[in-house]
Design a protein around this ligand. Structure first.
Ligand SMILES: C[S@@+](CC[C@H](N)C(=O)[O-])C[C@H]1O[C@@H](n2cnc3c(N)ncnc32)[C@H](O)[C@@H]1O
Length: 374
């Protein structure tokens, strides 16, 4: 990098800017150019823009990932690398635009550009494939569509405290999904992508054996419950959800005899008489009052020795990096929900007349928060 700056011009610029306001700007430029990890940059790379600008424009990357997911590009690379022309024909795209998309995504490691116009899968791109273990394709599609549009109105949420989703789409998220089949299918399949990744982490962290019956409240397509039931052959289960999610249920024959899907509204009631009520990615959809209502309905319905298991992220109390703090913004715009700290979970449960018995971290970003009636 130093080779890009001749010595005398540098001295001249330093001298000229020393007593002016542009000195501060120059200082920033030099700091950004000289201090960050420039050592690994090869000769044909441009210097990167300031880190803040890269952060602010990271939606270019997120939308490029969305488009690749939507077009299903990765599925056409399973048998080996392909040219953008071949991929454009397969995905019904315009070749030179698809080339630019894949070149950009290769530059950040999502695909790999081999030679001038040949693209291959990478480990990240594997997750863009459909219907493979670890697939994120469906969640990336829903995130790139409705979540992205709602996030475009984050300012509205911060100024009003209301979910931007309603401003953008004219109704709340879950009503919208009931009325829009394509969006609902993408959302429900996307949730299944995530719960599929989470399920083993939850099963490794928490001993579900000995629980005779469980209700997965807002359980979506039933992926998490399916895996719990597969490993616990004595257990029976119920998935409670809204009509759109129940209609796209995913119950495998291995557990179908021990599990049912029930349509219902958890603000009215939840199925009675179970020993555990599982709420995975549900409580963070809601602000405190509705969350307390759901927990209270579970409390009314459960057996005397029943328990609630929330599966959500825990927000660290300190100023540390945590995905939970960004997901919290997503909940703010999508539903008016929130991610919570440990203290906030204790307060929430207390308000619903429970006490927290354990908070168990998992190998996934989520923890399991166990609570029993007070
Ligand atoms: C973020 S998703 C989580 C889905 C699932 N638990 C998982 O982890 O994959 C929230 C779920 O709550 C359901 N839901 C929202 N409002 C509901 C209500 N009033 N009654 C029942 N289910 C509801 C949604 O349909 C959706 O399936």
């Amino acid at each position: 990098m130093v080779a890009r700056m001749a010595f005398w011009p540098l001295l001249r610029v330093l001298n000229g800017t020393r007593r002016t306001r542009s000195w501060a700007e120059l200082k920033l430029l030099l700091r950004d150019r000289l201090l960050p990890a420039t050592a690994t940059r090869s000769k044909d790379q441009n210097p990167p823009p300031p880190a803040l600008f890269q952060m602010a424009t990271s939606y270019w990357v997120s939308q490029a990932i969305y488009v690749a997911a939507k077009l299903g590009v990765a599925d056409f690379l399973v048998d080996g690398p392909q040219s953008s022309v071949a991929l454009a024909a397969a995905t019904r795209s315009e070749p030179s635009s698809l080339f630019r998309l894949l070149r950009a995504l290769s530059s950040v490691g999502v695909f790999s550009q081999q030679g001038k116009d040949c693209f291959a899968l990478t480990r990240s791109a594997e997750a863009l494939r459909s219907d493979v273990p670890g697939s994120l394709r469906d969640i990336l599609i829903t995130v790139g569509e409705i979540h992205y549009q709602a996030c475009g109105e984050l300012l509205h949420s911060v100024q009003t405290g209301k979910p931007a989703f309603t401003k953008v789409f004219g109704t709340n998220l879950f009503d919208y999904l009931q009325q829009n089949t394509d969006a609902s299918e993408a959302f429900n399949r996307g949730m299944t992508n995530l719960s599929s990744l989470l399920a083993h982490a939850a099963l490794l962290a928490y001993d579900f054996s000995g629980i005779p019956s469980i209700v997965d409240v807002g359980g979506g397509e039933g992926e998490l419950l399916r895996k719990i039931l597969e490993l616990n052959p004595e257990m029976t289960g119920v998935v409670l959800d809204l009509p759109d999610a129940v209609e796209s249920n995913n119950l495998a024959p291995t557990v179908a005899a021990r599990c049912s899907h029930v349509i219902g509204n958890f603000f009215d009631s939840v199925p009675e008489g179970a020993h555990a009520y599982l709420l995975c990615g549900v409580i963070h959809d809601w602000d405190d009052d509705p969350a307390i209502k759901i927990l209270s309905n579970c409390r009314k319905a459960m057996t005397g020795d029943g328990r609630v298991l929330i599966v959500d992220m825990i927000v660290p109390e300190t100023n540390s990096a945590s995905f939970s703090k960004l997901l919290d913004l997503n909940m703010m715009v999508m539903t008016g929900g929130r991610e919570r700290t440990k203290a906030e979970f204790h307060a929430l449960f207390s308000a619903a007349d429970y006490r927290v018995t354990r908070i168990i971290p998992t190998m996934a970003p989520q923890s399991i928060i166990e609570a029993v009636p007070k």
